[in-house]
Design a protein around this ligand. Structure first.
Ligand code: ADE
Length: 228
């Protein structure tokens, strides 16, 4: 079974509308939407915003369902020059940009104890996508997804993520899921639609483009699931 998690309902609407044989299972006040997505058994759950919410929701998902893979989808702030609203980023790695234990000798982004910085994308996702990414009216990028408990909305913060990590986009959950999946030995994938440019206009852009960026991300995700 494949788990799909996003922080906001808007990020999940297209996916839920594409599902068949839908059942809702409520476990300890969390609704899990179970069904068939293009021939695959999936369970969809909303986690709310930030790394802690992602981690706790992902662990509950893992504890209650038999999963081979969990995918985080949704929107993100674009970091690369030339990126447009509605473009989509498939993670190569997801990195926590706010994990900073350099004071104890770790590399920026590196999680102590497990000593990992880059949470790797399940390769089959990107291999599958490469067959048809040119078919869309939006561009698909493959690169690092950055995660922090921060809504990035300044040129200065944006440049830091580009220079320090070669970030392609920034969000508030993906690398947290990467860590949870790593610890639980479950395949992980992150895919994000660009809602804003993580600069001074991000607040307005995010609100205006939430649906378009969410839907483009979900369209690509559904096509990958169909082709996998
Ligand atoms: N999600 C969408 N846009 C974002 C931004 N600019 N920073 C963090 N998370 C985001």
């Amino acid at each position: 079974m494949i788990g799909i998690i996003a922080s906001m309902e808007e990020e999940l609407n297209y996916i839920k509308e594409s599902m068949e044989d839908v059942k809702i299972k409520n476990i300890n006040n969390t609704d899990y939407v179970i069904g068939n997505l293009h021939g695959k058994d999936v369970v969809v759950v909303r986690c709310f915003t930030g790394k802690v919410y992602m981690a706790l929701t992902a662990q509950k998902l893992i504890d209650n369902f038999d999963l081979d893979l969990i995918i985080n989808c949704g929107v993100a702030g674009g970091l690369k020059d030339g990126m447009h609203i509605g473009d989509v980023v498939l993670a190569t790695n997801a990195i926590q940009s706010d994990m900073d234990v350099r004071g104890l000798g770790y590399e920026i982004g590196q999680v102590p104890d497990i000593e990992i910085k880059d949470f790797k994308q399940y390769e089959k996702i990107n291999e599958t996508a490469k067959e048809f990414v040119q078919n869309y009216d939006f561009k698909v990028y493959f690169g690092n997804i950055m995660t922090a408990d921060k809504f990035v909305s300044s040129k200065e913060d944006k440049e830091y993520l580009i220079e320090q990590f070669d970030g392609y986009c920034t969000d508030m959950e993906t690398a947290s899921l990467g860590e949870v999946c790593y610890v639980n030995k479950i395949n992980f994938a992150g895919i994000r639609g660009i809602s804003d440019s993580a600069d001074e206009g991000a607040n307005t852009d995010f609100r205006e483009n939430l649906k378009k960026a969410s839907d483009n991300c979900a369209i690509l995700l559904c096509d990958i699931i169909k082709a996998m």
